[in-house]
Structures are given as C-alpha cells and as structure tokens.
Design a protein around this ligand. Structure first.
Ligand code: NAP
Length: 305
C-alpha cells in the first residue's frame, strides 16, 4: 500500500500510539512518523523500541510540518494538549484523536484549533489491559472497528483519508455521531469496565475474610474480571468523568436488571433465570459470528505445561 500521509505526528506514546506506529509501518502508510510524550522516560522508551522515525522533545517540534496529528493521550488531557500544539500546526493539516469518549473530546479540542486545520475525531475499538510505549503491536487493530466521528461541517476528503488510514492499519471503519457513540460505548465498554472494577473490589475486600482463597482458586469468571479491572487507572478515571450521563444511564438500567435477577434467585424462579441466560447466550454467539471474538474455550488461552 502506498503512503496515505507524508508525515504523521503521534502525541502521547502509549499502547494506542505505539500500535498505530507499528501498524502504519507494516503497511507503509506514512513516509515519516514523529512522536512526543510528556515524560523523558516514555520518550526514551519510545526511542529504544524505535517505532517512530523521530521522537521529539517538544510537542511543537513533533507536529511541525505534519499532515496528520493524532492525539493519543487520556481523554481528560486532550484539551490542554490541543492548546499546546495549535500554534505549531501546518495549514491544511488534519488533527485526529483516539479518545474513548467523543463528545467531551470534541468540546475540549475544537475551540483550540485554527480554522485552516481539519478535525476528524476517531475511536479504535481495540485495546489491552497493558499501557505504555512497550505494549504496542502491529496487529492490535486487525479486524477491529474504528469509529470515525465527523464534526459538523467536516471536510469529506479529510474524513475519508483518516478512514483510509485506519483501514490500512487493519481496521474496519464506520461513522457515528458523537452522542450516539458515547451511549453505545457506555453499554459495550464503559459500564462493563465499571462492573469489573466493582467485582474485583468486592473480592479484594473478601480476601481478608477468606484468607486469599479468592486469589488462589480464582475461577474463569473472576479471572476475566481481573483482566479488565487491570486497565489503566488514569484512562478509565477520565472515561467515567467525561462520559458521565451515558454511563449513569446504563448503570441505572443495570441495577434494575440486577434487582430482577436477585429477586428470581430469592424466590427460586428458575424459569426466569433460565430464560434470561438463554437470551444472553445468544449475544455471545452473535459476537463470534461477527468475527469479533474467538469461539475457542476459555477465550483461546493456551494451557501451560
Ligand atoms: P497509555 O498507554 O497509558 O499512554 C498514554 C500516553 O498519554 C502516554 O504517553 C502519557 O505520557 C500520555 N499522557 C498521560 N497523561 C497525560 C497528560 N495529562 N498530558 C499529556 N500527556 C499525557 O494510554 P493508551 O491506552 O494508549 O490510551 C490513549 C488514548 O486512547 C486514551 O484517550 C484512551 O481513552 C484511548 N483508547 C484506549 C484504549 C485502550 O484499551 N487502552 C482503546 C481505545 C482508545 P507519559 O507516558 O509521558 O506519562
């Protein structure tokens, strides 16, 4: 594939930025990739791994002359970073981001951008519980969705070009309106993370009572929660603070369902439980049929020994 952008600048050099750089290189999508992270430690690690052509010591230097600038920092930091890079942006450049929440990012970033720059927000629905510049890999976005969230009056050419970049990195792309994105993600990602954090928190409290047996004998259900609950604390704090309304709406519905199931258990309503679990099992089948997860037992984990 030929290059889609001449120079791409990545601001923030963690899991998503490093995976983007690896994936862009795999397909030759950018002639040059520059990068910047706020800490000297992350910049040094990024230089060592070598996924950027140049890791710069200032954000201004990284974005200067860039055709595409992708903000890969936590959602709560997007506005400050946008303000910092704005004076150094090239006329005609496109600014994008990978934030997990879209309305708040648009409101925080758009006011800082000059009129001669395009803004094309995006969100790759791919990640792991690892973070930092050493955690990225080229295959992260393969066959995963990346939602492009065009702002009002967006330039079609700039939007399509960002979509083509994500397709080149292996992703499937779709367009979505910002508020709708935030509601959908509250159901599919944000509320599930909060529930996982809660369940692991409860187990942690119980550990004291059960003499660490919840850790020693951790069964599949709990282990899967712990993987999700190991996700980056800064990223997830920002997600809940910035997607507050949608997350609270979904958690309200979740609480009602939980009460209904609690009641079925208390009253011995086996039919209700059976029907409920039959319905939810079909959702898993749908996800597998859509190619978004493996059908292998235990999520395809390889047994040791
Ligand atoms: P990460 O691995 O933790 O990397 C975050 C980067 O942002 C680091 O380079 C960090 O710099 C920088 N940073 C943190 N706080 C900052 C601040 N206040 N000001 C400026 N820079 C700051 O995170 P990530 O997983 O790549 O996530 C980046 C973005 O992608 C987030 O907006 C997240 O919502 C979104 N996202 C994440 C996932 C996922 O599963 N991880 C999936 C889709 C989208 P230092 O290292 O120098 O501190």
């Amino acid at each position: 594939m030929s290059a889609i952008y001449d120079r791409v600048a990545l601001i923030g050099l963690g899991l998503i930025a490093s995976s983007m750089a690896h994936a862009m290189r795999r397909a030759g999508l950018a002639a040059e990739i520059t990068g910047f992270a706020r800490s000297a430690e992350t910049r040094a690690a990024a230089r060592e791994v070598g996924f950027c052509d140049r890791v710069c010591d200032t954000a201004a230097e990284a974005v200067s002359g860039a055709d595409l600038i992708v903000l890969c920092v936590p959602v709560g930091a997007m506005g400050v970073v946008a303000a910092e890079i704005a004076p150094a942006l090239k006329s005609g450049a496109t600014v994008s981001d990978v934030g997990s929440v879209k309305r708040a990012v648009i409101e925080a970033v758009a006011p800082h951008l000059p009129d001669n720059v395009h803004f094309v927000p995006a969100h790759p629905l791919a990640g792991t519980e690892h973070s930092g510049p050493r955690s990225g890999f080229a295959e992260l976005f393969d066959n995963r969705w990346c939602l492009i969230v065009p702002v009002e009056g967006a330039d079609r050419g700039a939007v399509d070009r960002v979509a083509r970049l994500w397709q080149g990195m292996g992703a499937l792309t779709d367009e979505m309106e910002a508020d709708h994105h935030d509601l959908v993600l509250a159901v599919t990602s944000h509320a599930p993370h909060l529930i996982a954090y809660t369940m692991v928190g409860v187990a942690d409290d119980l550990r004291r009572v059960t003499d660490s047996e919840v850790i020693k004998y951790s069964a599949a259900g709990f282990r899967d929660f712990t993987r999700i609950a190991a996700s980056d604390p800064t990223m997830w704090r920002d997600v809940f603070l910035t997607n507050r309304e949608a997350t609270l709406e979904i958690l309200g519905r979740f609480t009602e369902e939980l009460f209904a199931l609690q009641r079925a258990i208390r009253t011995g309503d086996g039919d209700m439980l059976f029907d409920y679990f039959t319905r939810t099992r079909a959702i898993r089948r749908g996800i597998i049929e859509a190619g978004q997860d493996t059908d292998a037992p235990d999520f395809g984990r390889v047994k040791k020994g």
